[in-house]
Design a protein around this ligand. Structure first.
Ligand code: 3HC
Length: 686
């Protein structure tokens, strides 16, 4: 921003005016930008010496959207839609020069210009649905006029950015520029002088095949279960083919205002800012790190091969080590299979697969890891086996190398002690499938150095993961809360509520899968083994879920052998009368909970544990916990995460429920002081 709040600058160049928006960091259309843009275009329109206009932005990007921070307050005039309208109706050609990420309101400004040129590296999109919104400054009406209804529906309901090349193919931009963007935009503007102005809103209404649109709506309903913005956006886009522009714009603006005040949008805006805050750690401030060009993974199982693919996809070289020849071949086959499927579905080409596989070295030889900058052990979950391996790796590796464990439960400090490099040792907890799941828990041991942590967080970014730094505790953040949640759900079953009713309640709540379906997917033997491991530390009077252990003892391991909490036939989950009988026999005087009571109990169990996690300083922010649950455990993003949702629901009510279940279940997971403190002060939950 220039002197005295100036964020829009006009430079005259012969018959051209260059209007530059300069409002760091991302040129968001804050009220000052809107007001100054309006004023700049009015001034130029009245200036007879100007015959054409180029609209560009300074810094790293063209406008990345409306200023999200303003959405919590009443909108100040002028509204973005009026600014956009004014730009479109200027009486001289306006060319948008787009670079960086042209998003949301930025894209809507571009759509209202009379031509668009984009830098070859630029990207453009309407990501409003990711904030629980829809484009509110004409995007739902102008985009389909340029690219057609179906392409507009795809872009707007997914919120995805398209590359410059795709934008050109769609007809969204007029030219892709590999040289100087502003020079190209000026040339384009000069060429338009004296030509009829092409206003997007004047283009013919796009046609829409009703059956295609209906099928699209159904697919959105299925894919984005529970979210209101994509459906509302679909409705608005479809108006473009039936309703006059001015009327459709009025309806779009009404719909936008409604969504802006919705609980879903508030929750998703919370998630947006939570993601921006998650990497902020005062003790890591100012540490700069070199990006990794290669990493190594030990273990070629599901996790090892998934981590390898994540790194290959991000352009890194990978050395994958596995002692067992059979397992190594299986791991390689798994990786090849993943890429072959990606080719079949059109996501990558054969050439891309070949290039990625050429960066992969598979070997039995630990000696190959001597000079590697980062080695991640990803063998099976056994403390002694991991300790032995880490000791050997420590001996093989250069002193500067970082060593990490992909354990999901084991104490990182214990593992660190088996190496001579506790400062360069940490946990990197990937989630399965590791090449798909966005969450990465970066586990900070007591001795892990800030430099090591900074490198690990940077690696997360390189791998396109959401890296959340967590401290050491049983199960870290995600699995620790999950254990309490699963225990509470199993107690509900043991007391008489069928598992399928509990799953249905949480799926209606918006979770991707209910707790029992997830347990079956993960394998019931995993949590069984964990309970066995922790048995010695348990208080004698502590209630432990027993029904799930009965299932395991009967050989019901979950999806992997076709029976667990459910029976699986041709991959479809079905209620199994054997389990229903077991529940009835166990529950005796059954208490069948309502869906509301099921949610209340599950929520209280999760939030109580989360409050302890905060109190212990395992994470510095409640919002970090929200990100873990959303990105690793299928918590609905449109509810803002477990902590945000509890805050909206009312912490007093959550606390009362936590007290109730502690009493009913006679559990020793006492109602946390932290939760009581949070209710009192409302701190740590924002
Ligand atoms: N409003 C306010 N602040 C924003 C913002 C926005 N639209 N976009 C980014 N910022 C802020 C971030 O909070 C961050 O601030 P911080 O440094 O204080 O944490 C800073 O700008 C830099 O952002 P990132 O750390 O995210 O930088 P990246 O380079 O990683 O990403 C980006 C840049 C791709 C532009 C990413 O920030 C982004 O996706 N922004 C949101 C884009 C968006 O959703 N636009 C639509 C807004 S809604 C809209 O336009 C409504 C309209 O239809 C009326």
């Amino acid at each position: 921003m220039g002197e005295a709040g100036q964020c829009v600058v006009i430079e005259q160049d012969g018959p051209l005016a260059l209007v530059v928006i300069d409002h760091p960091p991302v040129n968001a259309t804050s009220v000052a930008v809107r007001a100054q843009l309006l004023q700049a275009f009015a001034q130029i329109d009245a200036d007879a010496s100007v015959q054409a206009i180029v609209l560009a932005a300074a810094g790293r990007t063209f406008v990345a959207g409306a200023d999200i921070r303003e959405f919590d307050f009443p909108t100040q005039d002028p509204h973005l839609r009026d600014v956009v309208q004014a730009i479109e109706h200027v009486g001289k050609p306006v060319v948008a020069a787009l670079h960086g990420t042209t998003l949301g309101g930025g894209c809507e400004i571009a759509l209202a210009c009379h031509a668009r040129v984009i830098d070859a590296q630029g990207k453009i999109g309407l990501p409003e649905v990711k904030l629980g919104l829809l484009p509110g400054a004409g995007g739902t009406q102008r985009l389909p006029r340029l690219v057609g209804v179906m392409a507009a529906l795809d872009m707007i309901t997914s919120g995805r950015m398209v590359s410059a090349k795709e934008a050109l193919a769609l007809g969204l931009v007029d030219q892709v520029v590999a040289t100087d963007l502003r020079d190209a935009a000026k040339e384009k503007a000069l060429s338009l002088i004296g030509q009829p102005i092409r206003r997007t809103s004047d283009l013919p209404a796009p046609s829409c095949v009703p059956s295609d649109c209906d099928a699209f709506v159904k697919s959105v309903q299925q894919k984005l279960r529970g979210q209101i913005a994509p459906l509302k956006a679909t409705e608005m886009v479809m108006l473009s083919s039936t309703t006059p522009f001015a009327e459709a714009i009025r309806l779009e603006s009404e719909a936008f205002e409604g969504l802006k005040h919705s609980a879903q949008s508030k929750a998703m805006r919370h998630v947006f800012f939570a993601e921006r805050a998650v990497g902020h750690h005062p003790d890591l401030k100012g540490i700069t790190t070199d990006p990794f060009t290669s990493i190594s993974v030990v273990g070629a199982g599901m996790m090892g091969s998934g981590i390898s693919v994540a790194a290959l996809d991000a352009g890194l070289s990978v050395t994958m080590v596995e002692a067992n020849a059979d397992a190594l071949e299986k791991g390689m086959a798994r990786i090849r299979g993943l890429y072959e499927r990606a080719i079949k579905s059109g996501r990558i080409s054969q050439a891309v697969m070949d290039e990625r596989l050429a960066r992969l070295t598979a070997t039995h030889d630990l000696g190959a890891l001597a000079h590697q900058p980062l080695v991640i052990e990803a063998i099976y979950e056994n403390q002694q086996a991991k300790k032995d391996l880490l000791q050997r790796l420590d001996e093989v590796m250069d002193a500067a190398g970082i060593l990490a464990s992909n354990t999901s439960y084991i104490d990182i400090n214990l593992l660190a002690a088996s190496t001579q490099r506790p400062d360069r040792f940490l946990g990197l907890h990937f989630f399965s499938p590791a090449h798909v799941m966005r969450l990465l828990e970066v586990v900070r041991g007591d001795a892990t150095s800030p430099q090591t942590l900074a490198r690990a967080l940077a690696l997360g970014k390189q791998l396109n993961k959401l890296a959340v730094m967590v401290g050491v505790c049983e199960g870290f953040v995600g699995n620790r809360i999950l254990t309490r949640f699963w225990d509470a759900c199993t107690f509900m079953v043991e007391d008489g509520t069928p598992p399928q009713e509990i799953d249905a309640a949480f799926e209606r709540f918006g979770m991707a899968m209910g707790p029992f379906a997830v347990q079956d997917l993960a394998g019931l033997d995993i949590s069984y083994a964990m309970r066995q491991r922790l048995a010695a530390q348990r208080q004698p009077h502590e209630r432990v879920p027993v029904l799930v252990d009965r299932l395991v003892e009967q050989g019901r391991l979950g999806q992997k052998n076709g029976q667990g909490w459910y029976r699986y036939e041709a991959g479809k989950r079905q209620v199994d009368p054997v389990v229903s009988d077991l529940v009835t026999a166990h529950a005796g005087d059954a208490v069948r909970l309502s869906a509301e009571a099921i949610i209340a109990r599950g929520r209280a169990a999760m939030v109580n544990e989360a409050a302890k996690i905060l109190q212990e300083g395992i994470v510095p922010r409640a919002s970090d916990i929200d990100l873990v649950k959303i990105n690793g455990y299928g918590f609905p993003v449109w509810r803002g995460g477990v902590m945000f949702e509890a805050m909206q629901f009312g912490l007093e009510a959550v606390l009362a429920e936590a007290h109730k279940i502690a009493q009913d279940y006679g559990v020793t997971w006492e109602v946390s002081d932290a939760l009581i403190e949070a209710v009192r002060t409302q701190k740590g939950f924002a």
